[in-house]
Design a protein around this ligand. Sequence first.
Ligand code: FE
Length: 238
Amino acid sequence: MSITYSRRHALWLSAGLLVACRDGRSAPDASAPAPYGVPPGAPPGPSGAAASTSTSTPTSGPIADGATPSCIETHANIEGPYYRAGAPVRSSLVDPGMAGTPIDIEGRVMGLDCSKGLAGVELDVWHATNDGHYDNDGTMHLGREKYLLRGRIRTDAEGRYKVSTIVPGRYLNGPQYRPAHVHVKVRAAGFAELTTQLYFPGDPYNDVDPFIHRSLIMGTEKAKGGMLGHFDFVLRNA
Ligand code: FE
């Protein structure tokens, strides 16, 4: 049920990447996307975390872990290097036999007045495997037509969405792990497209990641057979 890597796994992966760096190879596949890099003016690590989470998106101050912001525009977050357009339309991203802790992530999509949910909104979701890999990070050879842990879903008449998947693993970005996260693009007619990431409460890397915004930490709870995550999106007009 835990979302954390085992210490053994983390040490093994760290050692592997260090060896790769010494060999002058930054990625297993030269065609793989570049890593996130570092936000301008914000070195990775605790000293850079505070500066990097400040953007032009309005917020109303600190929000506790697990609390979904209400009637405040959802904070944008970096797209990262692993997005692929054209993911299949499906509510479950899990393939048969896929390892990982099951999680259903659900919530609503609303405009800034939060008066009602927005119907027919597209959520384009992608994230890493439970051991921290994307299908386009150069570690897999699945063919271009295969989309792993990616999918597009739409909100219902009440603006509600639900996506079934697994808890993603952390992965190294340079010398430091990123906390577990789920990438989302939210597209609604008449509203500005939102690109952001959802995070998990209690991840120790939440406190040092230079990209996270704490308002993006989902509410989570244990559920039968896995976990349940909750997050409401609030969009501004286009
Ligand atoms: Fe990512």
